[in-house]
Design a protein around this ligand. Structure first.
Ligand SMILES: [Zn+2]
Ligand SMILES: [Zn+2]
Length: 145
């Protein structure tokens, strides 16, 4: 398909156990795996198999995808005993230029955070957008962040 230029260079387009990823869930659309540098007691990334660059390119057409990503994130947390409670969980995206890899990845965190710096890195602000806020903005036809 057109628009996949550079895909071969994207590490998240080739997530597999063979490539060293610790995969905890996968289906036709999504893959979830452990973050290599966990910021909290539980820290997974949920990505779409199809290459989407960053949170900034999302629009209303991505609402179903985002709903699935967030739904999976909540399921992973629930399976591990976390309550749907802001004290226990955090889900969101790093906003460019504060993102690491240009293949959208939802951070799914089960708290507590590892330390103050880790907490700051995933605190909603200029650099981190909470998943539900992004979803709500897209549903309203607004820009994602
Ligand atoms: Zn990619
Ligand atoms: Zn990130």
């Amino acid at each position: 398909m057109f628009g996949c230029f550079g895909k071969s260079e994207c590490v998240f387009c080739s997530v597999s156990t063979e490539n060293g990823f610790s995969i905890i869930y996968e289906d036709d659309t999504l893959i979830a795996f452990h973050d290599r540098s966990p910021g909290a007691r539980f820290h997974a990334l949920v990505i779409p198999r199809d290459h989407v660059s960053t949170v900034k390119v999302l629009d209303t057409s991505h609402v179903p995808l985002l709903e699935r990503m967030i739904g999976l994130g909540h399921q992973l947390l629930k399976d591990r005993g976390y309550a749907q409670n802001a004290d226990q969980i955090r889900l969101g995206f790093h906003v460019p230029p504060f993102n690491s890899i240009n293949h959208i990845h939802l951070h799914v965190l089960g708290l507590p955070f590892g330390n103050r710096f880790r907490e700051w890195k995933y605190t909603p602000g200029l650099w981190f957008a909470e998943a539900n806020t992004v979803l709500e903005r897209l549903r309203q036809g607004l820009s994602p962040v």
